[in-house]
Design a protein around this ligand. Structure first.
Ligand code: MG
Length: 253
């Protein structure tokens, strides 16, 4: 009986192809399979010095100027560059990249004002917005309590970080992000939600976390269809947070 049931299952099972990772196209250890490109990997930063981008990355800020960034009206970004770092100029608005990106690996280094000012959400608040819509929170969460899904490393107002891996204000911190954006069908139906993985200072804080939709204050709005590539955005939350060594590598489809 079990054999009959199994045979029925095999006959009726949909013909689902394996995920196209090449496993079906290449023989095991096939020497004609194309080799991955050779790159020079990134080097880690130290407290005084930024790290170096890998050789195949798009460098969005290398310490010199804001030429890759625009303000929220599409004009030149009005944040400052001081001692090799971008500093939020409070009140000038968010800045975003001129170039658009979809699925990507993103590296950002950031430092909180020292000495710290304010408390809760008012201490060193900024944000890294993937595709201009989905915020990975930047906040001084070192000995500064706020709501769990609003602290540094949180997908804002959705998912707290797995741990609080923050360094003290003034010290350079890193986000290493793997981002897979949402996909929409031509009829606007959501085919796939966005997912994010984040290492903060080398520690896993988001593990392939699914997003419910765009991030917002006290809201979880649903997904709305948008392009597969959108600018990366940094948030002006009225506090002089610093950024440096920002680079991105697009993940091919
Ligand atoms: Mg923020």
């Amino acid at each position: 009986m079990r054999n009959i049931l199994f045979a029925c299952f095999v006959l009726l099972a949909p013909n689902v192809p394996a995920a196209d990772s090449g496993l079906t196209r290449w023989k095991i250890s096939d020497r004609s399979r194309p080799l991955p490109p050779v790159i020079t990997p990134a080097t880690p930063g130290t407290q005084p010095s930024p790290g170096k981008a890998p050789s195949d990355a798009v460098v969005l800020f290398n310490g010199a100027d804001l030429s890759k960034w625009l303000d929220n009206k599409g004009g030149p970004a009005r944040w400052k560059v001081v001692d090799g770092a971008i500093v939020v100029a409070p009140g000038t608005g968010d800045i975003h990249t001129a170039q658009s990106f979809g699925d990507c690996q993103l590296h950002v280094e950031w430092a909180e004002p020292d000495p710290p000012h304010g408390k809760d959400q008012g201490r060193g608040n900024s944000g890294v917005y993937l595709m201009s819509l989905y915020e990975l929170q930047v906040l001084d969460s070192y000995e500064n309590t706020t709501y769990a899904d609003g602290q540094a490393g949180a997908v804002y107002a959705q998912t707290p970080p797995l741990v609080n891996a923050c360094l003290p204000p003034g010290q350079w911190q890193t986000y290493d992000i793997v981002w897979h954006g949402p996909r929409f069908a031509p009829d606007a139906k959501l085919l796939r939600p966005a997912h994010i993985t984040v290492l903060q200072n080398g520690v896993l804080v988001q593990d392939n976390t699914e997003l419910t939709g765009p991030t917002d204050y006290m809201k979880r709005p649903p997904y709305k269809p948008h392009a597969e590539k959108m600018p990366l955005l940094l948030q002006d939350h009225d506090q002089p947070v610093r950024f440096r060594n920002i680079w991105i590598r697009e993940i091919p489809d």
